[in-house]
Design a protein around this ligand. Structure first.
Ligand SMILES: [Mn+2]
Length: 363
């Protein structure tokens, strides 16, 4: 098996697609492995934490250049491997083969995009059809496999890692362990919140002075403008960390212009690993290298040169590349989800009505 996996890896690193029966077998094998995993996996430092990739395959290869290859470096990926970028299939299949080949060296959490519903709207479903002919079997294999991905990870017994954030339905780690995760991500409840929620600093922490009432309420859970999950403030974080004897939270899920963002004096940190998101946002990305629980480094990087070529060819030759047209057009229209990933705190975003967002997300 390992020889076959090495052959797969060799092809995948060159950007080649694996044949459909191989993808099917990989999904089967990995489900067999993951079904035995708890919803919450415990690991130890040293480990490098990686945020959203979103199909930016060349940037993933860059991460292995910058952070070191598997298995020399241990990795924890926080989810959102697919959608948006043009190489979601290559990205997720490479990570799957690495997980099968080096199961103790790489851990993969589930993001809100590892979902049948979301991938039908944001690129992965279409990409599977384009790359494997006009049937959706490969998309079915891969989205069925997503149901087995674990939800959370705890590093050195004190650092809590999740794709999105906290949930009003989750006070203790044990409550996460009893979730039935082997399913499509539901619209609400603990499992949805873990992959959809976002931290939100209260206005005084931002340095603004708004109404006292707003400051008080924003310390707790509030309805998320994304239409799923919640926003959560400092009180929620402090209580969760205290109850579970944890020191801090690492999560992904939100674009950061500098590649990472620190909330609540370091109790929560967002790690974002898709540079120049959607090949047009101009943002930096980072991976978080944890040497021990209190010794870490944000390794900030910019987009891979291949992306720049893609971008230029998209502009020069846009009519010949249907996929690029689709993605660039949809970005220009800025769907509600684009707003959510970009800057949920902006006035223009806040001005959007929550009801229209809900429709956009779940139709
Ligand atoms: Mn996300």
């Amino acid at each position: 098996m390992s020889m076959e996996l090495d052959e797969c890896l060799e092809n995948l690193y060159k950007g080649k697609l694996l044949p459909e029966p191989v993808v099917r077998a990989l999904c089967f094998k990995l489900k067999e492995m993951l079904i035995r995993e708890s919803n919450v996996v415990h690991i130890q430092t040293p480990v490098t934490v990686v945020g959203d990739i979103h199909g930016q395959f060349h940037d993933l290869l860059d991460i292995f250049e910058i952070g070191g290859p598997v298995p020399d470096t241990n990795y924890l990926f926080l989810g959102d491997y697919v959608d948006r970028g043009l190489y979601s299939v290559e990205t997720i299949v490479l990570l799957m083969v690495l997980k099968l080949r080096y199961p103790h060296r790489i851990h993969l959490l589930r993001g809100n995009h590892e979902s049948r519903q979301i991938t039908q709207s944001y690129g992965f479903y279409t990409e599977c059809l384009n790359k494997y002919g006009e049937n959706s079997r490969v998309w079915h294999y891969l989205t069925d496999f997503f149901d087995y991905l674990v939800l959370c990870c705890i590093i050195d017994d004190e650092i809590f890692c999740v794709h999105g954030g906290l949930s009003p339905n989750v006070q203790t780690i044990d409550q996460i362990k009893i979730i039935d995760r082997f399913r499509e991500i539901p619209h609400d409840g603990a499992m949805a919140d873990l992959v959809w929620s976002d931290p939100e600093e209260s206005s005084t922490e931002n340095g603004n002075h708004r109404e006292e009432f707003y400051r008080e309420s924003s310390q707790h859970f509030q309805v998320s403008p994304r239409g799923a999950g919640y926003t959560f403030g400092r009180c929620v974080v402090e209580k969760f960390l205290h109850t579970n004897s944890m020191s801090r939270i690492y999560r992904a899920h939100q674009l950061c212009n500098e590649g990472f963002q620190v909330y609540f004096n370091g109790l929560v940190t967002t790690v974002w690993s898709a540079p120049n998101y959607c090949y047009r946002c101009g943002n930096k990305a980072s991976i978080l290298e944890l040497y021990s629980k209190d010794d870490y480094y944000f390794n900030v990087f910019e987009e891979a040169p291949e992306n720049k070529l893609l971008n230029e060819s998209a502009q020069a030759n846009v009519t010949n590349n249907k996929m690029l047209i689709d993605y660039f057009d949809s970005s220009d229209r800025l769907s509600e989800n684009d707003f959510a990933d970009m800057d949920v705190f902006s006035d223009s975003y806040q001005a959007k009505s929550a009801s229209s967002r809900r429709v956009e997300y779940f139709l």
